[in-house]
Design a protein around this ligand. Sequence first.
Ligand code: COA
Length: 234
Amino acid sequence: MGDAPDTPGTAAASPGAEPDVAVGALVREGRLVRLRTHVPANRSAFQRWYADEEIARLVRHDQEPLNEVQSRGYFDTIILPLTARGLAYAIHEVATDALIGTTALTDVSGRRWGTRSALFRIVIGEKDRWGRGYGTEATWLVAREAFETHGLDQVRLEVFRHNPRALAAYRRVGFRIVGEHTEWVGPARTQLQVVEMALDRKHFVPDPISTAEDPRRGEPGMVSGAPPPESEPV
Ligand SMILES: CC(C)(COP(=O)(O)OP(=O)(O)OC[C@H]1O[C@@H](n2cnc3c(N)ncnc32)[C@H](O)[C@@H]1OP(=O)(O)O)[C@@H](O)C(=O)NCCC(=O)NCCS
């Protein structure tokens, strides 16, 4: 596990100019994916992912894709500043170093009732990379960032009931369902079942590959975790 930042691709020559780097600095290395910082060069891929209708149905509460202006604003005013704070990450495939997705910790809350938490978000934007274990491992790497780098006590997330792939990935990392609510969205008042999940630092398995009992442990593409009991309250 190489956690130390490395040197970005190519640096801008003139001081004060927007850094012209093709690839961000390394944040965390996994077996299948690595987290890097986001760089402006990632914007066009990010915009393509958020313009996709299938992805919008899986991640957006309004179920609508973002247009070019909206996704540019999202990337430039939210993702890049979060990156500067060490809270948003580009997901790269280890085998090719290709940019395949984005993930972030947002809405970091203060020490309310003794708990500091953040909301987890993830999109593997390159759809041909779905179902290979990448999302599970990226989630696990971000959880490590949350607990080990940022000292958070809990990571929360919301996931739609119609997204079984995401639900399975989160369960494998150790997230537990802590609630569920219904939203009615858009002009058609479409019903949306929103599952609320949480992962506490005290329940997090920091090295699931070496500690889990899962028989699939060590298979290529598989990150195994031993999720804590579903019933235990947060
Ligand atoms: C959700 C997402 C991050 C998951 O990443 P991924 O790399 O595709 O998923 P993984 O391969 O790591 O894990 C998928 C899990 O779902 C299971 N799965 C795959 N397809 C499934 C399906 N159609 N139904 C049920 N489970 C499915 C797999 O078996 C695996 O679970 P397991 O490890 O317990 O066997 C990714 O698919 C994605 O970004 N999707 C679009 C955006 C999105 O939905 N973001 C999450 C919003 S909350």
